[in-house]
Structure formats: structure tokens, C-alpha cells
Design a protein around this ligand. Structure first.
Ligand code: CO
Length: 136
């Protein structure tokens, strides 16, 4: 079941500059940063309960976010819905014809399980499903 809007991710060409904007100008707290090796991204989390802003930047100058930045510059990259049972949600959505970017959920930030729905299945919006580590 989808239980929350976990985060909104924004791809940024300059992570430090973007962190400063959200912390100093918008006065959000910086919750932390993490290298998400599996996704080839460096991420900064700015909690704004009940959701958070996640700034993402290519890790080691490679990966899908690098491609995104080259094509579009910075921008809203994806929405993430939190799930309390990601396998069940994936199965339910696959049955409805949704296409996913991978066959099964894999490790994401904060040791959560994540999977992405293809934007073609959702009016051009990339949607991540995420089951937090303490719930799987
Ligand atoms: Co995300």
C-alpha cells in the first residue's frame, strides 16, 4: 500500500550550490548526504515533514542523472511514494500494465528497497516506490 509522498527529487548540476539554496534561502534543515552507489548518484536530503526534498547529482560523473542533466539541465527528476509492501505494490501495478525500469526492487538510499515506474506509464513522470529499511 502507498502510505506517503516520501520525497521529491530534483536533479542539480551543482550540489553544493543547491544545498545552500535550500538551507539558506528556503531555510530547510540539511538532513544529510549519501553516495547512492547503486543509482550512481550523490544525494542530499532536506526533510520537510511529512515529506522531504532530495537533491541528486551524478556520482563520479556518470549514470542516469548525468544523462538527465545533459539533456535537460536541472529539474524535477522524480516523485517517490513510500510503500509498506513494495512487492505487493509492484505486483498490483504490473497487473495493471505499468512498466518498471527494473524487474525487481533493489537497494536505494538509507538501505531502503526501491524500484522506478517508467515515465511512459505515468504521463511522463518518473515515479519511485520505496520501502524503508525498517519495514522490510
Ligand atoms: Co528518490
Amino acid at each position: 500500500m502507498i502510505t506517503a509522498l516520501d520525497h521529491i527529487a530534483i536533479a542539480v548540476p551543482d550540489l553544493q550550490k543547491a544545498i545552500e539554496r535550500f538551507v539558506e534561502d528556503f531555510q530547510l534543515p540539511l538532513g544529510g548526504t549519501e553516495d547512492v552507489v547503486e543509482a550512481k548518484t550523490k544525494a542530499a536530503f532536506l526533510p520537510l515533514p511529512p515529506t522531504s526534498i532530495e537533491l541528486i547529482h551524478p556520482l563520479n560523473d556518470e549514470g542516469p542523472v548525468k544523462t538527465y542533466l545533459e539533456k535537460r539541465g536541472g529539474g524535477i527528476h522524480h516523485l517517490c511514494f513510500r510503500s509498506d509492501d513494495i512487492e505487493a505494490d509492484v505486483a498490483r501495478l504490473k497487473e495493471k500494465g505499468y512498466q518498471f525500469l527494473s524487474d525487481a526492487p533493489s537497494p536505494g538510499a538509507h538501505n531502503s528497497l526501491v524500484i522506478f515506474i517508467h515515465p511512459k506509464s505515468a504521463d511522463g513522470v518518473l515515479i519511485e516506490l520505496n520501502q524503508p529499511a525498517d519495514e522490510h
